[in-house]
Design a protein around this ligand. Sequence first.
Ligand SMILES: [Cu+2]
Length: 587
Amino acid sequence: MPSNDTCAPLSRRALLGRAAAIGGAASMLPLLPAWARSGTPGLPPVAPTLSGDHIALTVAETPFSVGGRTGHAITVNGTLPAPLLRLREGRSVRLSVTNRLAADTSIHWHGLLLPFQMDGVPGISFPGIRPGETFHYEFPVRQAGTYWYHSHSDLQEARGHYGPMIIDPADADPVAYDREHVLVLSDWSFLHPHTIMRLLKQEGGYFNRRHLTLAGLADHGDPEQRIPLRDRAMWAGMRMDPTDIADVTGAAYTYLVNGHGPEENWTGLFRPGERVRLRVINASAMSVFQVRIPGLRMTVVNADGENVRPVTVEEFQISVAETYDVIVEPDEDSAYTIVAESADRSGMARGTLAPRMGMSAEVPPLRPRPLLGMADMGMAGMGTGGMDHAGMDHGSMDHGSMSMRDPANAPPDVHVGVGVDMIAPMPQDRTGHPGLGLEDVGHRVLTYRDLVALEPNPDPRPPSRTMQIHLTGNMERFMWSFDGRRFSEVVEPFRFARNERVRVTLVNDTMMQHPIHLHGHFFEVVNGHPGRHPRKHTVNVLPGSTVTFDFTADAPGDWAFHCHLLFHMHAGMFNVVSVRPLDGGPA
Ligand SMILES: [Cu+2]
């Protein structure tokens, strides 16, 4: 079902006036095939777009090649990423998903507001799709923006089962642009995800430590060497590692742009002077990216599908499952490198913006790995990068109320068992923080506090209730949970009365960042812009920090609520948000 009824890569400015007929606008422009506008030199184009009111998708196992090696991927209609779905706000859509795998599958429409039976989480909102069967998802499209979709079954997402979804607004888009490109960032491993999970269970820092031995790291400075000996002993005494930023690293991953590795250099075309909209989606299983385009400033116009006041930056961090739309205006007849470093700086996804295929620009080297500091341990005011030696008594680090190892710091509703080995003593709101390792990069980096909703928040009521949810874990055993309880431990769901307005504070008691995702709703991140708090479906909670959001439980049903690091979710950082009553009576 090829589409040319939408404006994907054509001149968007021509279409902004609602009067412009689609055919009329198209006829004014060269109708280049998709591969001529973006792609990868020397590789066959694999970027199909599907649109219309009925879309058929088939999930199957197919070969996937990157970096000269071929592995087994789980694909949709044979491609990785899955096809771009282009929907339109105000229409209804029927998506028929056929399962050609030997195991159950599912598709979750990430960020979409829809009836919970269509949300696609096996065991929560529907039974899943058995081998050989077809499930028909049907729902009205109630929103516009950049979204994506992925499997919610087992660890299939790590094997390629994800794709982009764009919903064009029913009315004029407030963002003017001439051309757009979709950038699906992701991580690929030739190790089976069950193998990765087993290795992480054996040793929480398996890939992190393995990375330390990789040749070449010394070229840009082994961070271990920047840590004084006595601090190293302190970290060891706490059984922690200050370079422990990512569970799975470039030692196992190739980082992808639209399914292409760094050498394959996915390229998006532009004409100098155009305003180009980049729709950036982090579809990784485990990788937080830090994105910049040397030589170009990026104006952020949309986050998680919701328009925000334009804010111009030179870099932004995008956590797993978030989306950001940015406008760039390359005005020279030259190429620009899109750099998406993994947050632990163990590798990068790389692409190019260029006036012509085959051009490339300099690729900057990976920057030095960041070090965790006191703030990442939930110890406020003690510095953010590296250790702040002034006024710190190293001798008391491992005991007393300032220790992350003191269970007395746990609030009464957190279950402190074997699954919890850290409790942040003084977690702080760090929504003004740009991301680990981005404090001192010398240019402007987006923070959550920069995000201001373009439209006023729809529910002006103050919250009638507050609640805290602790993000907890045991790093060494790779156990992850909410409030110290893994999902497998038959936890109580988080219960909300329908249309209740609640202020929720997420408290990250761990030293890792967690992108927390709520299905079926948006929440407003409390970031100092009351009335215009940014509405998001996923929020990244930095180590040792808190994030507060206001939430209107306006979608009845049972909804998944989880960390979007796939292996954290799999290990237990997952629960159900239950909104009652359902339609048609009490519950
Ligand atoms: Cu997590």
